[in-house]
Write a protein that binds this ligand. Structure first.
Ligand SMILES: O=C(O)c1ccccc1NCC(=O)[C@H](O)[C@H](O)COP(=O)(O)O
Length: 243
């Protein structure tokens, strides 16, 4: 049964060993926020139930932070969603070996549909697919390459039993301009599966607006920049979405 409460997933995106925020997910737009472990532990202390942990180097193909990410994931008592560069058996096994609660596949869902169908069948709820879009065009390889139509891909993944989608409007990501509620409504109308909203949250009112979409299928919201920029605290955010 679906919960009525919007889940919150504070984000720790790791580039070159540092917790960073990007604007529109663009490589080179980083603002650094220090040690990823400290950031993750701070969100855990503040009461987070989930952590969205991203290996940006693996996503961009500029190396990886795999060991550091595994260390952070293993140190957490909360549930971890791992994202970034999980595209084959080796990277998936390494991600799952951290004990994370789920992994988020992005590029692989666009470029290796057969492999993704196989791992969805094998791992069920442990697999979510990130649908990262500009307009309704999906983007892969660290959001740098077009990867097909959002709704066609969603229909295919639904037919393969994908259990959850993480939906990001790249135009909003890291901009503090508010989430794309229309996109989220449209995706929820196109699938029965839960949707995690990502990108653009700027205020407690944005979180309250996302919480009104829970009955339509929005299950959670990833929050990055707003927390790092101290637009509000995680405690305030959790309070704002409590029902
Ligand atoms: O998640 C990925 O794989 C990824 C790949 C390339 C660039 C960015 C990527 N993720 C970014 C995030 O998941 C953000 O943490 C999230 O959208 C939060 O956005 P915001 O609240 O606007 O900072």
């Amino acid at each position: 049964m679906r919960s009525n409460r919007l889940e919150l997933l504070p984000a720790v995106d790791v580039r070159d060993g540092q917790a960073v925020r990007l604007v529109h997910g663009e490589s080179g737009s980083e603002t650094s926020y220090g040690d990823p472990m400290e950031a993750a532990l701070a969100w855990q202390r503040a009461g987070a139930e989930w952590l969205h942990l991203v290996d940006l180097d693996a996503a961009f193909g500029t190396g990886d932070n795999r060991e550091q990410i595994a260390e952070v994931a293993r140190a957490m008592d909360l549930r971890v969603e791992l994202s970034g560069g999980i595209r084959d058996d080796a990277s998936l096994s390494a991600a799952l070996a951290t004990g994370c609660a789920r992994v988020n596949l992005g590029t692989a869902a666009l470029e290796s549909p057969e492999w993704v169908a196989k791992v969805i069948a094998e791992h069920g709820d442990l697999i979510a697919v990130g649908l990262d879009v500009r307009g309704t065009t999906l983007r892969g390889r660290g959001w740098t390459r077009d990867g097909g139509d959002l709704y066609e891909t969603l229909a295919r993944l639904d037919s393969e039993g994908c259990s959850r989608y993480v939906v990001t409007d790249i135009a909003k990501d890291g901009t503090l301009q508010g989430p794309n509620l229309e996109l989220l409504r449209n995706v929820c109308a196109a699938t029965e599966k839960p949707v995690v909203a990502s990108g653009g949250v700027s205020s407690l009112d944005d979180l309250r607006a996302l919480a009104t979409l829970v009955p339509e299928g929005v299950e959670g919201a990833i929050v990055g920049k707003a927390l790092y920029a101290k637009a509000f605290t995680l405690e305030e955010a959790l309070e704002a979405v409590s029902v």
